[in-house]
Design a protein around this ligand. Sequence first.
Ligand code: PEP
Ligand code: MN
Length: 264
Amino acid sequence: KLVSREFKKDGTVIDVGGVKIGGNKLAIMAGPCAVERLELTVGIAHEVKAAGASILRGGAYKPRTSPYSFQGLGREGLDYLIEARKQTGLPVVSEILDTRDIELFLEKADIIQIGARNMQNFELLKEVGAYDKPVLLKRGLSATIKEFLLSAEYIMSRGNRNVMLCERGIRTFETQYRNTLDLAAIPTLKELSHLPVIVDPSHATGKWNLVAPMSKAAVAAGADGILIEVHSNPECALCDGEESIKPTKFKELMQDMRKIAVAV
Ligand code: PEP
Ligand code: MN
């Protein structure tokens, strides 16, 4: 299979506007869960950039469990990300929900995210597979490693070789945290596949105080990148404030992760 280590021995390195993902450098993607106001988005972008992040995250289209929750700013949200990119130079990653938005994302995003809920939306996988735009594919809520890799195969078999795998926690019997971070998935995916492995400790735990320890564990386990929700005022965030860390905490965590990345 195209995703397998057998097919390609060297780890894939993806170039996102000059930022390399994979290889021996740790890529940090950070930003709010959802794009909210313009000044807020640009402000957070400047703060995560100053702390050393290399990619800005932000959802413009949000896959919310409840139809009454904030659904995202849509097209306008993507424009706010572009303004943040213009000011900071950070490439942006944002989630696509619908195949009909592909042209929009090809134009406006640097990395297209496929969320956990769409890991097996095969039409969406085939659509993003038809271009060479980098894709961040998240593991489904209850997906096995095999199913996860087969979803990546859907994208790659259409021609797109720029795929990143993102472990973001899975559903288990434990209800103490939002999901259970599958740390063993990191070395396992790296053994089975040549694709870069990114870990999202924010959605994996749902609790801001668990984000730093799980990020450090993920770096020690060999992750190629970390995706973290950062918000300057988490109490007022329109989405996932409880798992978002503040910029000062993020800065501290960046320094700790750098030490671990060098040590392992
Ligand atoms: C997100 O990253 O904003 C998100 C919705 O994550 P997931 O698909 O992992 O739940
Ligand atoms: Mn979120």
